[in-house]
Design a protein around this ligand. Sequence first.
Ligand code: SAH
Length: 394
Amino acid sequence: MYRIYLKPGKEESLKRFHPWVFSGAIARMDGEPEEGEVVEVYTAQKEFIAKGHFQIGSIAVRVLTFRQDEAIDACFWRRRLDIALQMRRSIGLVGREDNNTYRLVHGEGDNLPGLVIDIYARTAVMQAHSAGMHLDRMAIADALAEVMQGEIDNIYYKSETTLPYKADLFPENGFLRGGNADNVAMEYGLNFHIDWLKGQKTGFFVDQRENRALLERYARGRNVLNMFCYTGGFSVYAMRGGALSVHSVDSSAKAIDLTNKNIALNFPDDARHTAYAEDAFKFLDRMEQGAYDLIILDPPAFAKHRDALRNALQGYRKLNARAFEKIRPGGILFTFSCSQAVNKDQFRMAVFTAAAQSGRSVRILHQLTQPADHPVNIYHPEGEYLKGLVLYVE
Ligand code: SAH
């Protein structure tokens, strides 16, 4: 196995179980590992410290284990996946009558950096974010089929857009197990078409489940506007919660189709819902003052990288300012950021600035984050990415 030697002192974060080795921390390598290969990491004093997937780029090694005697083999994948499953079971997400949608593996949060697995009824959608997870996909699929025995029939691999394209991996999306799966899954008693073939991420934003459930509690008797609706998740919950009307907006016509399909699946012929394929900013500009008293803003990640931070914060400020200006007195605003590069304080500051600009009196009712099946590894605080505020606007 190839060995990587760190510069003096660069093992400190690994001693605290942080799962990444940055390329700048490396003094030298024994040989030239291929991208995705498992390598051993040693301190400048030549002591073993970690083992993980090698990749060219700023994160050079994603750590799989801190134990030298733990081989990365079939047993390893089975063990890690089983731990992930037991965790979901113990928090009551597995084996429910009313829910078969959850995240089984959340990268670093499950000590499997670079791997995401979402469960949709009897199908697992697996996504590799690193060359190593891509190369090990067959072994992972074998382990997954074994660990999830009886729970799933299909494994769909969806990594065409998530892998570093420079690595020349040519991933192809497709079934590794089973196929032709029924694509309707259930979340808290509501049904959703999951477009794992073409949809964003693994086909659905599993991470908003608990926040959608919270929204349902506030929907009764309100006129709801769901901005950036994608599959219409928040809209369907608002309908069940007894909203007077629900308007869904997304710039993508495909998203609007999906939203209409999901509404029809749960509330056929219900005239309370209308969907608009339109740019969110244009919609907010032209919409009538006070037309809505429950607004959801769940935009895509405005900042994918640190250098885009300034623009991202400006984007959040502008977007939220429009909502504060126009929401009916006594209205409730659910506002989110899923940009990893924007931290909680920065997001809050952007929303505060927007509120102040509107001059309205605003109170925080809830501070939201990602759900328990998207756990944050305590040694990898960067894993906390979803931030949300529920605000009461006088
Ligand atoms: N709230 C959704 C997830 C939102 S994903 C859920 O709970 O599932 C972000 C969505 O924003 C995508 O569907 C994308 O098509 C849409 N989008 C991106 N830019 C937009 C814009 N300028 N105006 C409207 N929608 C936009």
